[in-house]
Design a protein around this ligand. Structure first.
Ligand code: ATP
Length: 492
């Protein structure tokens, strides 16, 4: 209405000026510029609302908790919270405050979005999704407007679908819900977050459409305290990286539509894929299928999975070919790592290769014994030894070291630092913040030196094992852990 009156007055002024003989060109130019700016801002809002809608209609297929692997305890916790929504009349009777928000926290790719979709299926709710970054604009007020629209479209969607519940999912909530006053264009950020708080406070159990907000973040430490207080995000569910059993479950889910050869051992793959998230495992299964297709194979055999682990872990194969002498150096280096790895823990080498991938010219992949969360002094010392072994093998066999070991040294020093901070050194328990730098440096280098001496003895004693492995690597590019152990046993 105000807009129409303003346009009317503006036109009347322009016509009067024309009649009176004034030059109205600058006014017309200004009016066109102001109109264009207004529509641009407006359109930005509209584009986003459309995005919310496409996001939600695309999720029509019902997703269930059975499609999520390795997150039993997170699913259990989430289901308990969702039962409040399902049994809303009971909680109303007991005077329990309705649950307004659930925050899913955890590393990327662990299935937080999947959990939100499954939660919508579980509560028979309309699902509307948006990402925190979609709310942030340079124009003041646009973000707040989008938050309003998001909740409004969730309610409309539920009504359209004849549902009593709507689930609003906001991914990367830390972008829109970061601590207030911290962002550069803080006013806009703050207005957007304030609007979200207003929307959350307005959610009531007696609403015609009950709305639940589920948000996900990898950085809950960045969230504003107002979001985390009771009555807002009442439940926090941790969605962690899966353990070995979890990885196996996820692999089973992502290979159920794929023709697997009889030699495929998903348990071994799950063991080797230590540290992989659900998203990594999905990619691993997919890459294995692509490799099989490239070879024209009818079924996906174990070797495709092995290669796919390398690809997901290290990146795609590179075209660069090192010179023959460089290749020999890489083979010596990786054989050194493998030798020490087998000495400190028999059966730990999974593959050994001189194929350049990602940032590495070659690599030795270890398969962990079991998922480990605590490390002993002996374990950490052994890890340092394995890291140093590449450079020392180069030194013993080729007579000098190369720059290829800098990353290994960095890791070795970091591990030694962990030992120092855990009170495992001769200094005993220390406060690292007030420990003199010189003493810290001396202790860490002392730990590393000790392992260097130990590794050198092993390498000198096992030169022939390394030499034979290098020849095979130069010929075949890759050796399996079993083959390497055979070579070691033959030399024993
Ligand atoms: P981000 O924090 O980066 O947004 P996210 O935790 O929301 O990640 P999702 O988007 O849910 O991760 O997962 C990405 C993909 O990874 C899924 O589409 C699915 O294929 C696979 N995936 C992740 N976790 C699991 C799981 N627990 N079970 C089965 N598949 C999974």
């Amino acid at each position: 209405m105000i807009r129409e009156i303003s346009i009317g007055i503006g036109m009347a002024v322009v016509v009067s000026m024309l009649v009176m003989g004034y030059d109205v060109t600058p006014f017309l130019f200004l009016a066109v510029a102001a109109g264009a700016l207004y529509y641009f801002v407006k359109m930005k809002g509209l584009i986003n609302i459309k995005n919310f809608e496409t996001g939600s209609t695309a999720e029509k297929q019902v997703f269930s908790f059975d499609d999520i692997g390795g997150q039993q305890s997170a699913i259990k916790e989430l289901k308990e919270a969702l039962d409040f929504i399902k049994n809303h009349s009971e909680i109303k009777h007991l005077g329990i405050r309705p649950l307004k928000g659930i925050l899913l926290t955890g590393p990327p790719g662990t299935g937080k979005t999947l959990m939100a979709k499954a939660a919508a299926g579980y509560t028979d709710a309309a699902f509307v999704a948006a990402s925190g970054s979609e709310f942030i604009e340079m124009y003041a007020g646009v973000g707040a407007q989008r938050v309003r629209k998001l909740f409004q479209s969730a309610r409309e969607m539920a009504t359209k679908q004849n549902k009593d519940n709507a689930l609003v999912f906001i991914d990367e909530i830390e972008i829109l819900g970061g601590k207030r006053g911290k962002a550069t264009s803080h006013l806009e950020y703050d207005q957007t977050l304030n609007q979200l708080l207003v929307e959350m406070d307005g959610l009531k159990v007696e609403d015609k459409v009950r709305v639940l907000l589920v948000a996900a973040t990898n950085r809950d430490d960045m969230l504003d305290a107002a979001l985390l207080r009771p009555g807002r995000f009442d439940r926090r569910v941790k969605v962690d990286l899966p353990d070995k059993e979890g990885r196996l479950e996820i692999l089973k889910l992502h290979t159920r539509n794929k023709p697997l050869a009889s030699d495929v051992d998903l348990e071994t793959i799950a063991k080797d894929a230590f540290g992989f998230s659900g998203a990594h495992l999905e990619s691993l299964a997919n890459e294995a299928a692509i490799l099989a297709m490239r070879d024209g194979a009818e079924e996906i055999s174990q070797r495709y999975f092995n290669e796919s682990i390398d690809k997901v872990m290290m990146g795609g194969k590179l075209d660069k070919r090192p010179s023959q002498s460089e290749l020999r150096r890489v083979a010596v280096h990786e054989s050194g790592h493998a030798l020490l790895s087998e000495i400190v823990r028999r059966g730990s080498v999974s593959t050994l290769t001189v194929t350049p991938r990602g940032n590495a010219l070659g690599y030795m992949r270890q398969s962990p014994d079991d998922d480990t969360y605590l490390y002993t002094k002996e374990f950490l010392e052994n890890q340092i030894a394995v890291m140093l072994a590449g450079a020392i093998a180069e030194e013993v066999i080729l007579g000098n070291r190369s720059t290829g070991a800098s990353n290994d040294f960095e890791q070795a020093v970091r591990t030694a630092d962990t030992m120092l901070q855990s009170g495992m050194t001769e200094l005993g328990v220390v406060c690292p913040d007030i420990l003199p730098q010189e003493l810290k440096h001396k202790t860490i280098t002392g730990l590393v030196k000790e392992q260097e001496e130990r590794v050198r003895k092993y390498i000198v004693r096992s030169e022939n094992i390394i030499n034979q492995t290098v020849e095979i690597l130069l010929e075949e590019e890759k050796i399996t852990g079993e083959h390497f152990r055979e070579i070691m046993d033959n030399h024993n």
